[in-house]
Ligand binder design. Sequence first.
Ligand SMILES: [Zn+2]
Length: 692
Amino acid sequence: MTIRRSGLTLAAMPALLCALATAQQPLHTDTTAGSVPEVYKPTPSFDLTSIDKSANPCDDFYKFACGHFAANHPIPADQGATNSFYSLANVETQELRGILEKAEVNGSGRSPNEQKIGDYYHACMDEAGINQKGLTPIEPLLKRIDSMSTEQLPAIVGDMQRMGISVFFSYGEQQDFKDATKQIAEIDQGGLGMPEKDFYLRTGPKDVELRKDYVAFVTKILTLSGASPSEAATQADAIMALETSLAKASMGVTERRDPEKVYHLVPVATVADVFPEGVYSKFETAVHSPHVTELNDTNPAYLPAMIKIVSATDLPTLKAYLRFHLISAFSGNLPKPYDEATFDFYSRDLRGVKVQQARWKRCSSAVNHSIGEALGQVYVKQYFAGDSKAKMLQMVGDIEHAMGQDIDQLDWMSPETKVKAHVKLAGIANKIGYPDHWRDYSALSVKPEDAVGNAMRADEFENDRELNKIGKPVDHGEWGMTPPTVNAYYDPSMNDINFPAGILQPNFYDPKVDDAVNYGHIGAVIGHELTHGFDDEGKKFDAKGNLRDWWTPEDTRKFTAKTDCLVNEYSNFTVAGDQHVNGKLTLGENTADNGGLLLAYMAYMERAKKDNIDPSQKLDGYTQPQQFYIAWAQNWCANDRPESVRTQVLTDPHSPDKFRSNGPIVNQPAFASAFSCKSGSPMVPAKSCRVW
Ligand SMILES: [Zn+2]
């Protein structure tokens, strides 16, 4: 949790948590079907083929707007789900492939960045070379682990964390929650191979099965790397016991949403003293941290428990744990059997994916993940139309204006708090497309035949870049997502909203369609990110990005009653039979979806007035407001595998797609008149929720 950001969807950083997935009744869906397409196309901006005219929009708007989507869009065998985020991401990965295949061709004409992205891709694509090398690229570190004494453990943990492998705990940099001008170190829980704490502790049959799958996966990795089957099985059980103890000492995903609960600024000695003497400074040196005087100990109960657990674990188990995590982390660039074992657990067991993605897709994503601003520079030149930035700025302006009006109209907020809410709104910075200043990769060495080495050096480069920020002034131009990313985020410490070039493409933004459709798509996305500044987390940060209460207690009380309404509404939604949405975990995102849709609608109606557009004017038989709401719902048309939905509901702060569509719809006053729905119909209930 280096930086707390509220993305539109979960960033697909670790393969196990790709949360663009959604819930959907498995009606006419054959989830085993779906070959992998050769060529990708985005979903149409206004998708008439998904509309089910036999469904009554007042009864179930998702069924009306998306009813035919699943039948028309079988889930490709290499995905856990499909929706418009996946479709656009596939189109862009295809575009990245074109850029990378060109950059891959060795020639003196390449710029330094083209050399890096081309050679990174080339090495990653060289499956034959990768298979032939076996474990050789990680052999030096494996040998150090195998021969390690307890005294050498802290340096090895530091070296591995520098490669992005958070064994036992994690360490990084963040803006100080209470002084956003400062960048500080943070130490956090970590060390788990399954998605989060409760995967180790829940007792249902699916959970027990997944734990068996995980132990089988660990056993497989250890066997492949040289342990005898019985030795590997014993070690895997011991690793499971070790991680279960770490999980018990960890905070859960819902609790971690509260910034107060994960902020404990302490002198570094407070943390160092928890470790046996001398251990902390060895770790600090190995991880390449500057020496700090204070840091955020996110979960103060965790470190003492972790030290106790590690001290009570025998050395062979600690070695097996490190060995497993090292191999698992680099498995994508190791011989096929390692890669397949990792796929089997993280993609097949956790998300129901049937086949591994094509190598070109994974390598294109890997370049984007590792050196994304080098790749992004070429990407925006080729694919980011200049005029989309101007149009985006106009829409952002319209929606911020709507937020200002919305604040003025609230009947529950005191004038005092309203003044401060306006200050916060005015303080939000808008970032669109790509950074003004690109990241400098000149110190990073990328070689054409060294897939593992490239990944390691890129991770180390990124670790060092992050930790180097400690003690320095904040760079407000920095981006937390790469330009080709199909996503968006709000960062409470920066107080900025960010829209990468990747999401400013059809179907989210399309210069060829009516404003009504664009405001329902990207307009609501803008409203979503803006509302994050004022959701249950965002409200705790002020205009300057500091965790500081600017609300009167009475206004907070009224706000909480309103968000409780959303918690109840969403907790009643069920997926995959009887699994309930976690209303508390998803509260921030649900607040943002509800506020975002309302603000986008207000902004659209103003825009239509300014541009003399008659709202009753029809396209394909739908009025402008109807087009707006259909576009909104179609942001979330989805088809997904049950495993994928299950993992999403357990880990993801975003609600399943169907509820991202209908949850806010039932709370929109203008929806009923747009579709002439009678009050009391399922989409216009007598009681609804409204925060913003
Ligand atoms: Zn969000």
